[in-house]
Design a protein around this ligand. Structure first.
Ligand code: FAD
Length: 459
């Protein structure tokens, strides 16, 4: 690397982790040139394609991410999938360092009998459908009246809420037209959420849980026999404000007068139910759960009592799973790129010079958007140390943005740019405006474009 040339860095994945890492690197004091690759024509990762459409407050994080990219010192190169359109070796040839922030976009497995029956779905696919991800089908089979959602985290709450909510209440959001049509036809009446542990062990955020109780024409139902607290639970309530708030909300719901439950749709929260089997011949007909009990320290064991709940669809929200990038090592047990504080480790366990990871692909699919920032700080800290120690060099002489772009052009890769995204962004907002006022002063802020062809044509 010539001392006069800036350090040339590629970041792969324009979700929050990739954008924060790029931002921190740009401000690190190093003379650096940053290209941010993204396989989709739109940036923002799961903030656009994971966060639920009726969470506009969280979606506002996009404003902060937008401001970073709008500065112009980080070049967005969209519609380019690393591992398909370009290889890891190509990136190593053109860049002194490569940071992978490819996130997680699959469901963690749930190996129980019947999980492959028709009517059994991974939550991530449903989320991608309602959030308008271009790589997933445009239609979703919403034919079930009784539905089960497996899991006791925020994704389970999102899925249950979107399934139960009347589509009219989603109209002021950015949901695409095909999703409006799909939800409109849904005959759902009851959504059963199953968790294998108790009210003091759930992973719900207090705000998201309370929100469930405010959904119009949807009652939340809890069952008194599902409320039990052992020493471990009491300890959790004492030491965690979050657990305390969650338990309070759940306990308050037990005091609700059943006569008040008159909504046309219901979300049932079941605790101490471990899903053991999906029952059905061709299609899901019921979910079998085993009742569990606390053993003292907040963990549970099975009781041998089994309960069948008739449902025609099951969504498993038991965690996300990282996406493997061809050409890079992968820890398939954890769904992450093996790394030491962001420095990627090869098959031999040694640091691979110039290759880094950050975000969910670094530490696994846990944590809110904010945690990707502190994570990026650690990874970039190590990258800067390595750059200052003179350890970062591209593997060819054709270093940097121009060389990479020439390479993409030569391969006929149809990439998109930040300017292209600004056009698509404006187009989606204009599409929203065409719906005018929806009543009560509400409007559609944007309507997402879903088809990749249309997205790339605009961008
Ligand atoms: P991602 O956001 O997944 O970004 C990864 C990016 O890399 C994507 O854009 C992807 O397209 C791209 N990519 C992947 N592979 C390649 C490749 N080979 N080449 C090029 N690009 C590639 N957090 C909150 O704080 N509040 C919430 O309300 C909230 N709701 C959530 C709801 C759901 C359903 C989910 C799943 C998560 C939610 N989160 C929420 C968590 C939040 O989305 C994550 O913390 C965050 O998105 C992780 O950021 P990331 O950049 O590591 O991964």
């Amino acid at each position: 690397m010539s001392s006069t040339k800036p350090l040339s860095v590629a970041v792969v994945g324009a979700g929050p982790a990739g954008i924060y890492a790029s931002d921190i690197l740009a401000k690190s004091g190093l003379d650096v040139s940053i290209d941010l690759f993204e396989k989709l024509p739109a940036p923002y990762g799961l903030v656009r394609y994971g966060v639920a459409p009726d969470h506009p407050r969280i979606k506002q994080i996009i404003v902060a991410l937008y401001k970073i990219l709008q500065r112009g010192d980080i070049r967005l190169i969209g519609n380019v999938e690393v591992g398909k359109d370009v290889t890891v070796e190509d990136l190593r040839a053109h860049y002194d360092a490569v940071i992978f922030s490819t996130g997680s976009d699959d469901d963690a497995p749930l190996p129980i009998p019947g999980i492959d029956l028709d009517g059994s779905y991974g939550a991530s696919k449903f989320v991608f459908w309602y959030d308008g991800h271009p790589d997933y089908p445009r239609t979703w089979p919403l034919e079930a009246e009784q539905v089960a959602v497996i899991g006791n985290g925020n994704v389970a709450l999102d899925v249950a809420r979107i399934l139960a909510k009347h589509v009219e209440d989603l109209m002021p959001t950015e949901i695409p037209e095909n999703v409006v049509e799909g939800l409109k036809a849904s005959p759902v009446t009851d959504v059963h959420v199953f968790g294998r542990r108790g009210p003091a062990q759930v992973k719900f955020s207090p705000l998201e849980l309370r929100e469930l109780g405010k959904v119009p024409d949807v009652d939340v139902i809890v069952y008194e026999e599902d409320f039990d607290f052992d020493e471990g639970s009491e300890e959790a309530i004492r030491t965690s404000n979050q657990t305390k708030q969650v338990v309070k909300t759940l306990v308050d719901w037990t005091l609700k007068d059943p006569a008040e439950c008159t909504a046309s749709r219901r979300i049932h929260l079941h605790f101490f139910h471990r899903p053991v089997e999906l029952i059905g011949t061709d299609k899901v007909e019921a979910i079998r759960t085993e009742r569990t009990e606390l053993v003292g320290d907040g963990t549970v064991r099975g009781t041998g009592e089994f309960i069948d709940t008739p449902v025609q669809a099951v969504y498993r929200a038991v965690g996300y799973y990282g996406c493997e990038v061809p050409g890079l090592p992968f820890d398939s047990a954890r769904g992450v790129i093996p790394n030491d504080e962001g420095r990627v480790l090869g098959e031999d366990g040694e640091v691979m010079p110039g290759i880094y990871a950050t975000g969910w692909i670094k530490r696994g699919p846990v944590g809110l958007i904010g945690s990707t920032k502190s994570d990026a700080q650690q990874t970039i800290g190590h990258l800067v140390e390595d750059a200052e120690a003179g350890k970062l060099h591209a593997t060819s002489d054709a270093i940097g943005h121009e060389a990479m772009m020439a390479d993409l052009d030569a391969r006929g890769v149809r990439y998109t740019t930040w300017q292209g995204w600004e056009l698509l962004d404006a187009y989606e907002r204009e599409l929203g405006e065409t719906y005018g006022e929806l009543g009560s002063g509400k409007t559609r802020e944007r309507v997402k474009v879903v088809e990749r062809e249309t997205m790339t044509a605009i961008a």
